[in-house]
Design a protein around this ligand. Sequence first.
Ligand SMILES: [Zn+2]
Length: 332
Amino acid sequence: MKKIYLDAGHGGADLGAVASGLYEKNLVLAVQQYIISFLSTHYEGFSLCTTRTADVFLSLNERVNKANAWGADVYLSIHINSGGETGYEDFIYSKNINNQTIVLRNDIHDHVKFVLTKYNHFNRGRKLANHSVLRRSYMPSVLTEIGFIDTEHDAKLLKNPQFLKDMGVAYAKGIAQFLNLESKSTNPVGDSDEEGFQKPTFLYKPLWIKTTEDTETYKDANMSERTGYLKKNTLFQVYGETRAAWVMDGQHFIEKKDTIIEGETITTAELTKENMETLKGFVTKEKLETAVTFSKEGVAAAIITLRDKKILNVKAFLDREKWWYKAERIKK
Ligand SMILES: [Zn+2]
């Protein structure tokens, strides 16, 4: 049973950021409720604990102590900024950065990114900070600042329940991905949520793609709003995909239909006998036999030529083993 701890900031006499009739302490509670409701509707195999579900105050120490004592696997602290700037940002602890914390943050950030694009909300990025809840918690922990309460553009978003809901859903999906939560069979998370907003899957590393026709690019995954087009035989990199589209960056989507994956050749550094056996095991498991040449004389290395998404599996494998390699596009 995975344990999720949600920490809605402030509460009670501590209002948090306040401007134009908006109170941070209430907004973060609303977002938290969207997270809880999405998780409970779509996933199983987790339990949930919060700092507060009502308008009460707990000190920073009390919040972290509660999560530590409970043995949480994930800690998410939800906040709204003030100070007259604009945009979303999230923080992890600036010292002794733990790998799992980075993975959790990326899982969350990668889902949030698409909500930011949808609402044209500025992304201030993935940041480090010495916040006490991040420093004192024993588990992977992220603190997010959704927007600036005292900036017109951000305040308008914070007044929009659909925006708060989309943010909550993005947090929920990020946490679920990190914990590898099982989808409820009665209510699986589809490719799109109620708004038909398609959820891209992020690729492990970028892929090289080439257009085979003049192909239009779109603002979002639904491919409803055009942003331009790419000429036939244009090469570009993609970072994610939906069933029908490639994600070129946070801003542009392109239909897969008139594109092909460009081939790459991966050459490993010299391999020991043991490495060679490990690689052969992987190659058999992935059914890559025809794509791999093992050079025996002189330097024992492997050359792997692929023209499909399995390139990413190979790179993930080599990175995991921490083997040096170089990847080159196959030039015609
Ligand atoms: Zn705050």
